[in-house]
Design a protein around this ligand. Structure first.
Ligand SMILES: Nc1ncnc2c1ncn2[C@@H]1O[C@H](COP(=O)(O)OP(=O)(O)OP(=O)(O)O)[C@@H](O)[C@H]1O
Ligand SMILES: [Mg+2]
Length: 325
């Protein structure tokens, strides 16, 4: 059998909460093939985010093994794990997790800076190209608060793509968006999957979304794999969830929207880690001009884009960014 891109072997993740132990993942075996598009559904608290965080190296299992192309990941040195997080994986979160005081361009350039592979102008050029690809070439100089929810998520997608990850992990990426914007974002994620040799794992509470966009759907229940089957495609919700199978194992949208962020949310920790890394970098690279202060540099060409009608945004983007210089 060909090696899976990622394989979980009897993965357990227990949380101690006071005297109680919560088994967020209770012994999960899972293979995710390269190039596949997997949807993860299940009730609130069933372990979906825990699974995604472990797949992305943001969290470590209490027991079990995570294999990346057949090689154990957990035994690697911490700097290798950090490189895996940075270069193999791209994360997209429900709450976008952009750094508020950085512009769209700077947010996208940040992972490029952390990877240390590119110089200042190349980082800018690439970041601008990525923003053009998600249809935001005209918003490069905007900070997150100056963008709509859909635009913020597009910036987050561009940031997730910065280091050209082979594994894209999305945790309820449309959870904070209206249905039309959600469709746009899902169309973009689908295009990203179709375009490259990318593997996508999407956590969603929206079963219809999973059936429609993914190729395979897995259902979690209390940290166990309850179902693992091909997606049913663009079926109606009733067809997609025949009574008696995995019906009842997914919350309604209302239940999901009602809950808040869990304490110790690894997403928050991830962004805090990025902020820390940025601060360290800023101290270390005193000779590197701060991103906001330099000129736009070489304007990137539009690379075809993932959204219709994004041509012609390049010039507008250059002007916009130029005004902040
Ligand atoms: N840091 C933590 N400390 C204690 N328990 C936790 C922690 N993080 C998660 N849990 C518990 O682990 C279980 C699985 O949580 P997880 O966040 O993976 O669920 P989920 O399926 O993503 O839920 P949702 O749909 O609400 O996002 C839950 O019972 C949760 O309360
Ligand atoms: Mg979750």
């Amino acid at each position: 059998m060909a090696k899976a891109l990622v394989e979980l072997v009897d993965v357990r993740r227990a949380y101690r909460f006071g005297d109680a132990v919560v088994n967020a993942l209770a012994g999960l075996d899972l293979r995710i093939e390269r190039g596949s598009f997997v949807g993860v559904i299940g009730r609130s608290g069933s372990g979906k985010s825990t699974l995604l965080n472990i797949l992305g190296g943001l969290d470590r299992p209490t027991r079990g093994e995570l294999l990346i192309e057949g090689q154990p990941l957990l035994a690697r040195r911490s700097d290798e794990l950090a490189r895996y997080r940075r270069e193999t994986v791209g994360f997209i979160f429900q709450s976008f997790n952009l750094i508020p005081h950085l512009t769209a361009l700077e947010n996208v350039a940040l992972p490029l800076r952390l990877s240390g592979k590119f110089g200042f102008f190349e980082r800018r050029r690439r970041a601008k190209e990525l923003l053009e690809e998600v249809g935001l070439g005209h918003r490069v100089g905007h900070k997150p608060a100056e963008l709509s929810g859909g635009e913020r998520q597009r910036v987050a997608i561009a940031r997730a793509l910065a280091n050209d990850p082979s594994l894209l992990l999305a945790d309820e990426p449309t959870g904070n968006l209206d249905s039309k914007t959600a469709e746009e974002i899902m169309g973009m994620i689908q295009a990203l999957h179709a375009k490259g040799d990318r593997t996508v794992v999407l956590v969603t509470h929206d079963r219809e979304q999973a059936e429609r966009y993914c190729q395979r759907v897995i259902v979690l229940e209390d940290g166990h794999l309850k179902a693992d089957r091909p997606a049913r495609g663009g079926a109606t919700p009733a067809e997609a969830a025949p009574p008696g199978e995995d019906a009842g194992l997914v919350d309604s949208g209302a239940e999901q929207v009602a809950r808040g962020d869990a304490p110790g949310d690894p997403h928050r920790e991830a962004i805090a880690r990025l902020e820390e890394q940025l601060a360290v970098l800023k101290r270390r690279l005193g000779d590197d001009p701060p991103i906001a202060e330099a000129s736009a540099g070489a304007g990137g060409e539009s690379s075809g884009g993932l959204v219709p009608g994004d041509a012609g945004t390049s010039a507008a983007g250059a002007t916009d960014e130029g005004s902040t210089a």
